[in-house]
Ligand binder design. Structure first.
Ligand code: NOJ
Length: 532
């Protein structure tokens, strides 16, 4: 295949608020990221995806944008941004921005004008109705709020401070394309597109079927006109530019996802959430243990469906992967299982996205009370829940703040993230799990990730090879071959806490493993081998 840069570079996701605080106000910032470029280079990643850094009242931590062309003052200035972009490019690291265009903040000037009445340039920029329908939102019971000023209801699939844009309006689309083009002209290398498959809503906004407020993705996700809008956006912004677009697309499945990517006219890749929904029983807060066979079957199914996948274990909306798919009951298991799950997912065919701290085996946070949380989703869920004890336990397992605590740089006070109390607590395990300590430990998760990233971005069998699952029947082992031009790499992961007997193996060609002396006949709990 002729390769695009994003098919041979590992992408590192930075949550700027929690990465590095250069001015010691307790909030991470752009200069903090500049200060850590050498760390990124040393890790071996080839691109960075930044969560939103635009001006925002932070109702949903930057996913409520009030000005697409200004930098949030807590994060720095446009000059800082320009310097960051230039310095990343000098080190041959690409930069992907977050694009949040399903909705804006209610403090965006378009919404402020739109609220004023039915006859101005922006009146039709949002979705206004005299009567709301029964849709539920992601964050609050109803997806509609009333504007006293305009005397109408507006739709918001997320918080009431995140009104949905009206993509059926040509001028909205044109304004968005112009904004995208200005960022591309600045030199950014692509976008991660927030809930991009929700931008088009069903004609007439039909009521969902059920009592009370009904969560109705059948009417707000993957609607027919979505494809027209994505094609138009690609034509208007991306054709002829060497950039990458990955769409965040919840509610996609193997039947509808190919239409978004396989012909190359809409998106380059999608984030689908089958794997990360694996431990949800109904909704995300009803947690069930995950099943290894299901884990295997989800990954294999997607490998066999899309020509190119995105590969990720976590992000800023998810709990920490080692707490979820690994075993954190002992330090030894935490380290070993973090390495194993990394190989299981990142050596599949597709682009790997590593969420900050994953390379250190950062784990879920032992929050003790609700006022330690900062995330609107968890706080609203807790406030609306009848059973507070159960709600808090679910938040400990699934809450988004697990992923949002500061990066653990060293064992000094505030983990080397800041010199002052940060905006959200630091995981107390930072003394043991931090970048500085792991840097000098040959067997650390960090040094393992460096090797893994190198293989992922340079080995042609891993980049180009096909995928074939082996040992399908096992409920403990996930194993697969990657094959390219008659050469093969076999990946074998013991996902269980038991020793597992295997067929005798040739151990002469171990490319990567996570224990000291691999045995010919069995795998230790959470052992992984990559065999050439
Ligand atoms: C998905 C983002 O990843 C999440 O953080 C945000 O709350 C919603 N979209 C709304 O923008």
């Amino acid at each position: 295949m002729s390769r695009n840069w994003w098919q041979e570079r590992v992408i590192y996701q930075i949550y700027p608020r929690s990465f590095c605080d250069s001015n010691n106000d307790g909030i991470g910032d752009l200069r903090g990221i500049i200060n850590k470029i050498d760390y990124l280079k040393d890790l071996g990643i080839g691109a960075v995806w930044l969560n939103p850094i635009y001006e925002s009242p932070n109702d949903d931590m930057g996913y409520d944008i009030s000005d697409y062309e200004k930098i949030m003052s807590e994060f720095g200035s446009m000059e800082d941004f320009d310097e960051l972009l230039e310095k990343l490019h000098q080190k041959d690291i690409k930069l992907i921005m977050d694009l949040v265009v399903n909705h804006t903040s209610d403090e965006h000037k378009w919404f402020i004008e739109s609220s004023k009445g039915k006859n101005n340039k922006y009146s039709d920029y949002y979705i206004w109705r005299d009567e709301p329908n029964n849709w539920a939102s992601f964050f609050v019971p109803s997806a509609w709020s009333y504007s006293q000023e305009r005397e109408q209801w507006y739709l918001h699939l997320f918080s009431k401070k995140q009104p949905d844009l009206n993509w059926d309006n040509n001028e909205v689309r044109q304004d968005i394309y112009d904004m995208i083009n200005r960022w591309l002209d600045k030199g950014v290398d692509g976008f991660r597109m927030d809930v991009i498959n929700l931008i088009s809503k069903a004609e007439g906004l039909p009521n969902g079927i059920g009592e009370g407020f009904v969560f109705s993705p059948e009417y707000f996700a993957m609607q027919p006109k979505l494809h027209d809008y994505l094609k138009q956006m690609r034509q208007s912004c991306f054709v002829g530019r060497d950039c990458m677009c990955v769409g965040e697309t919840p509610f996609t499945n193997v039947d509808n996802a190919p239409s978004l990517v396989n012909d190359g006219k809409e998106l380059d890749m999608i984030f689908q959430f089958d794997l990360l929904d694996i431990d949800s029983n109904g909704d995300k807060w009803h947690v069930k243990p995950f099943d290894v066979k299901e884990f295997k079957s989800i990954l294999s199914k997607w490998q066999n469906t899309l020509k190119w996948n995105s590969l990720f274990l976590s992000n800023h909306d998810q709990p920490r992967s080692v707490s979820r798919f690994g075993n954190t009951s002992t330090k030894e298991y935490r380290i070993r299982s973090a390495k194993m799950i990394a190989v299981a997912v990142h050596l599949l065919r597709g682009t790997s996205f590593i969420f900050q701290g994953e390379e250190l085996a950062m784990a879920n946070v032992p929050f003790t009370e609700i006022n330690e949380l900062r995330d609107i989703e968890s706080i609203n869920f807790y406030n609306n829940a009848k059973d507070k004890k159960w709600a808090f336990e679910s938040i400990l397992k699934k809450g988004r703040d697990n992923a949002r605590t500061p990066m653990q740089w060293d064992s000094s006070l505030f983990a080397g993230f800041s010199k002052t109390t940060p905006w959200i607590c630091i995981n107390p395990d930072y003394v043991d799990f931090n970048a500085e300590k792991q840097k000098y430990d040959e067997k650390s998760v960090l040094n393992f990730y460096k090797k893994l990233i190198k293989i992922k971005s340079t080995n042609e069998i891993i980049i180009e090879g096909t995928f074939k699952q082996v040992m399908k029947e096992s409920d403990k082992i996930f194993a697969y071959d990657r094959i390219f031009r008659n050469k093969k790499i076999r990946i074998i992961c013991n996902m269980s806490d038991e020793k597992v007997i295997i067929e005798k193996q040739d151990l002469n060609n171990i490319l990567l493993c996570n224990i000291d002396n691999p045995n010919l006949y069995y795998l230790l709990p959470y052992e992984v081998r990559v065999l050439n």
